[in-house]
Design a protein around this ligand. Structure first.
Ligand code: F0G
Length: 468
């Protein structure tokens, strides 16, 4: 884990938003009323919201100014042209389809490309990518590298296991595979980056077998920063140059621009294939909007055109990645087992290791999430078997996530280190009484993406195994 002193913010604060910590009694009432599902708590009742880094960035003065330039014309708006030019320059692709957020890009691509029963290998699917793939009759396959399971702080744990990819292709044949996806950075396994070498290797395998290769690149700039910092041969290259090389290896990219677009809303698909572009645009008109706005306001596209440039600023990224590393150190010092090294956008607590008395089917991650709220008004997300488990429709068997994680995601340019120190103090209090924390059971759930809307109840204390 980086021991570098965290640089000070390369910006100063021009507007502030009040936040308030409710009393403990109020917090306890709120979590019960939410049926222990933190998605159901009102933002007004949260003190420090680390639920997501998506759509939660603070915009810059340049972005607020760009907003006023928004051209709200239905077709061919100037805002679209500015946005399109920016995406073309950074991503090096000819066609740009705006969408209102990332999951629509998944819906569009899978609806257009995927045939029922086809596989989609990915280093690791994010929940909505997995959900959309399943919804269109596809079979999502996760092929994370072996190092991702190691407790050692190795670089590029987000990589894909290329041996398993080759073996998978050879076993199932190219006809059964719709496309290969690389998630950059790899959110689900700890926001871990992917190396250029791994991207190149996967690209070569896809080319050899004639398979489409797409990125899910919500956090491409953070990934490029890790490549610059940690991969041999890239230290003198600019983030823009590294991004250009990354995108030169793929056929296309889908991006939730709510992360590294530094915007509150937005997404897009960038690609070179004209025929596929036409098919996607046809569906885009049906489900999002005309291809020059795709569900976004003109001003949103102007905000993105500025945000996509700002996010590649080295000082911004250096501060960002070091702030996450600082936070990780604090949470670790508080006694929480975490995924190391720290990823690009969040600290991931290994709740399975912390609460080893709670079995996976009682969601230890949810145990930590509920405690962080009741103890300190902090909202985080479970990234474990509540999010990724459930009954396999084919086998009827209950599936579990490979790790029971809790994600403390850092919104971009929003919190200072004092906020993070407060969270670490709360974490320390939870560690001190970890054996008293119980598991949860689901009392109501939906078919897809159950964690968003499910209701939970505390498990009876007697079902919690008491450690000898
Ligand atoms: N892909 C990745 C890697 C993501 O992290 C997300 C969203 C999406 C796709 C979907 O994008 O939300 O714009 O529809 N991640 C958010 C998160 C929700 O909290 O990590 P979206």
């Amino acid at each position: 884990m980086s021991k570098k002193r965290q640089p000070a913010e390369p910006y100063r604060i021009k507007a502030v938003e009040s936040i308030k910590l409710l009393s403990r009694h109020e917090r306890e009432q709120r979590i019960v009323a939410a049926n222990y599902n933190i998605f159901k708590i009102d933002a007004a009742d949260i003190y420090i919201d680390l639920l997501t880094d998506s759509g939660t960035a603070a915009m810059s003065n340049r972005q607020w100014a760009a907003l006023m330039l928004g051209d709200e014309s239905y077709a061919g708006a100037r805002s679209f042209r500015r946005f399109e030019r920016t995406v073309q320059e950074i991503f090096g692709k000819k066609y740009v389809l705006p969408c209102h957020q990332g999951r629509v890009t998944e819906n569009l691509l899978f609806s257009t490309i995927l045939k029922k029963g086809q596989f989609v290998p990915n280093n690791t699917h994010f929940d909505t990518t997995k959900g959309n793939c399943l919804h269109k009759g596809g079979i999502p396959i996760d092929l994370p590298c072996k190092e991702s399971l190691s407790d050692e702080p190795l670089p590029f744990k987000g990589n894909m296991d290329t041996e398993r990819l080759e073996a998978f292709i050879n076993e199932h044949g190219t006809e059964s595979i719709a496309m290969v996806i690389m998630t950059i950075t790899n959110n689900t396994i700890g926001g871990q980056p992917v190396s250029m070498a791994n991207i190149r290797e996967v690209s070569e395998i896809c080319k050899k077998h004639g398979l489409l290769f797409y990125y899910d690149c919500a956090r491409f700039a953070e990934n490029a920063f890790f490549i610059k910092r940690d991969e041999t041969g890239y230290s003198t290259r600019s983030i823009r140059e590294i991004a250009a090389e990354m995108f030169s290896y793929c056929d296309g990219a889908m991006m939730s621009a709510k992360k590294d677009g530094l915007a509150n809303m937005g997404g897009f698909i960038a690609l070179d294939d004209e025929q596929l572009y036409r098919k996607l645009a046809e569906l885009l008109i049906l489900i999002e909007g005309f291809p020059t706005y795709g569900g976004l306001a003109g001003r949103d596209m102007d905000i993105l055109a500025v945000g996509l440039e700002e996010v590649m600023d080295f000082d911004y990224l250096d501060f960002r990645i070091e702030q996450v590393a600082y936070f990780a150190r604090k949470i670790k010092e508080a006694g929480m087992p975490i995924i190391e090294p720290a990823g690009g956008h969040a600290v991931f607590i290994d709740a399975g290791r912390l609460l080893d008395h709670i079995p996976a089917n009682q969601f230890p991650g949810q145990g930590v999430a509920v405690e962080l709220y009741t103890e300190g008004g902090i909202r985080v997300s479970e990234i474990g078997s509540l999010m990724f488990g459930g009954v396999d429709p084919e086998t009827g068997k209950e599936q579990f996530a490979s790790k029971e994680l809790v994600r403390l995601a850092l919104p971009r340019r929003v919190f200072t280190n004092s906020h993070l120190d407060f969270v670490a103090e709360v974490a320390g209090k939870i560690v001190a009484r970890k054996d008293e924390i119980c598991g949860y059971k689901i009392v109501h759930q939906s078919e897809f993406l159950r964690h968003f809307t499910c209701d939970l109840a505390k498990c009876q204390v007697e079902t919690v195994k008491v450690k000898s």
